[in-house]
Write a protein that binds this ligand. Structure first.
Ligand SMILES: NC(=O)c1ccc[n+]([C@@H]2O[C@H](COP(=O)([O-])OP(=O)(O)OC[C@H]3O[C@@H](n4cnc5c(N)ncnc54)[C@H](O)[C@@H]3O)[C@@H](O)[C@H]2O)c1
Length: 430
């Protein structure tokens, strides 16, 4: 099949490479010329395990090409995926200007029976607006569909090659038939629903996971008040099959390019349709206040951050990605600096992008080795569980002559071991 992917950002590049790896002829289209030049040389402008290899092999097989020309990309395309960004505006509304702009740009070149698929995360009802825009320009019969993306950064290639399910939202048989055939090699369940259900499934999925994180954070806070241990509580509740042991991450709250944005968008959508007192407003509020709340608590425990040197380990929003969108480090580092700490930052992959997310500050220095970052500091904060960080031998750097604190912000370390290394341990919910 001939496929076009509009928007070669994070999801677009992975989708383009994966569809090409199944033998489709794929064109990746973006308005960012620099990005397209980069991708043409099989270089990926961000870190994602396995992606560069897949990009190289699919380009060598001539299954995948890149362009900035809508005419070139759309004219012969059977299926066009719109995968542009949908950031939240200040009030939480999903900003669809990139989606609508791409519809205007693709409409003149659509061929008969082409299928325009919105893969970007968009509120229910968006396909109607997409069709309104295209109808003003297109001269041919075409179809629309919504196929939301569920990949996780850090395991995006694996997730896209091995999805838990493919959700196809459409109103006509033809797009169901073509899109089901396109996804047949993925060998997974295909769920055929209305476009609104597909869009709600995407928001529900992220909102549920964000709720789960917020829930366990609240329980962790209560554990700290009464001497309970969150790990033991998770062990006990996880036995219940309705609850499960998986996906419990007590810590600094959820971040990344999707959860914060999608929960805010769902809250905004709820208000728009008259559901004012909704859960999603509250989850956003709790999550946004969480980092300063925890840092204030830690500050009390350690006698203040002022004048202390603090190593912050793990700057991306989660391991195995250099994506720092809404990463805890983006709030933690400026907070520490503002209260008078000297900060040292370390990350295995995100150092090259840090300047786009955290303003230059003479009190903040970045290191490219954990050893250098943590040597002689007063406080270590292990923020993100990169394997390099959680497997590092901290016993080799402890200055035995004075008190040093170890804040385990993701409960990844065994407290007894950290104490044996000589640090005073602080975890979450224990
Ligand atoms: N990143 C994730 O983990 C993830 C997972 C699932 C779903 N999503 C959703 O997928 C969508 C894309 O996310 P992303 O992280 O890949 O975004 P991104 O910001 O990394 O990439 C968006 C790309 O679209 C391009 N673009 C913007 N306007 C364009 C236009 N008119 N024509 C062509 N290209 C244009 C930009 O230049 C950019 O390269 C969003 O709706 C997001 O919510 C993201």
């Amino acid at each position: 099949m001939k496929i076009t992917i509009i928007g070669t950002g994070f999801v677009g590049v992975v989708s383009a490479a994966v569809y090409a790896s199944f033998g489709n002829e794929v064109v990746g289209l973006d308005v960012d010329q620099e990005k397209i030049n980069f991708l043409k040389t099989s270089k990926v402008p961000f870190f994602e395990p396995g992606l560069e290899e897949l990009l190289t092999s699919t380009q060598q097989d001539r299954k995948l090409t890149f362009t900035t020309s809508y005419e070139e990309a759309i004219t012969n395309s059977d299926v066009i995926f719109i995968v542009v960004g949908t950031p939240s505006s200040a009030d939480g509304n999903a900003d669809l200007k990139y989606v609508f702009k791409s519809c205007e740009s693709l409409a003149p070149y659509l061929k008969e029976n082409a299928i325009v698929v919105v893969k970007s995360t968009v509120p229910p009802g968006t396909l109607n607006q997409v069709e309104e825009i295209i109808n003003k320009i297109a001269k041919v019969k075409y179809f629309t569909a919504s196929v939301p993306e569920f990949l996780k950064e850090g395991t995006a290639v694996y997730d896209t090659l091995n999805p838990d399910r493919i959700v196809i939202g459409a109103r006509d048989d033809y797009p169901f038939q073509i899109l089901e055939a396109l996804h047949q090699p993925f060998n997974t369940s295909v769920i055929k629903v209305s476009p609104e259900s597909a869009q709600m499934a995407k928001y529900s999925s992220n909102a549920y996971l964000a709720t789960r994180i917020t829930f366990i954070n609240q329980i962790a806070d209560l554990c700290e008040k009464n001497g309970a241990n969150i790990d033991e509580v998770i062990q006990a509740i996880g036995i219940d099959k309705r609850i499960g042991k998986h996906y419990w991450y007590p810590g600094f709250g959820y971040g990344g390019s999707c959860f914060p944005k999608d929960v805010k968008e769902l809250a905004h959508y709820s208000r728009q349709v008259g559901e004012d007192g909704n859960l999603f407003n509250k989850i956003t509020e709790i999550n946004e206040n969480r980092i300063s709340k925890l840092l204030d608590n830690y500050s009390k425990k350690i006698g203040g951050f002022e004048g202390k040197t603090v190593a912050v380990l793990g700057l991306s929003f989660k391991p195995n990605t250099n994506d720092m969108r809404e990463a805890p480090s983006v709030r933690v580092i400026p907070y520490l600096s503002s209260v008078g700490a000297s900060v040292r930052g370390y990350d295995p992959k995100a150092l090259s992008v840090v300047k786009h997310f955290i303003e230059d500050d003479e009190k903040v220095t970045y290191y490219d080795s954990i050893n250098e970052a943590v040597s002689g500091v007063d406080v270590i904060i292990s923020l993100i569980e990169w394997s390099e960080i959680i497997n590092f031998d901290f016993s080799s750097v402890k200055d035995v002559s004075r008190d040093q604190w170890f804040i385990d912000a993701r409960n990844q370390f065994i407290p007894k071991k950290v104490k044996e290394w000589g640090y005073k341990y602080i975890g979450v919910g224990k």
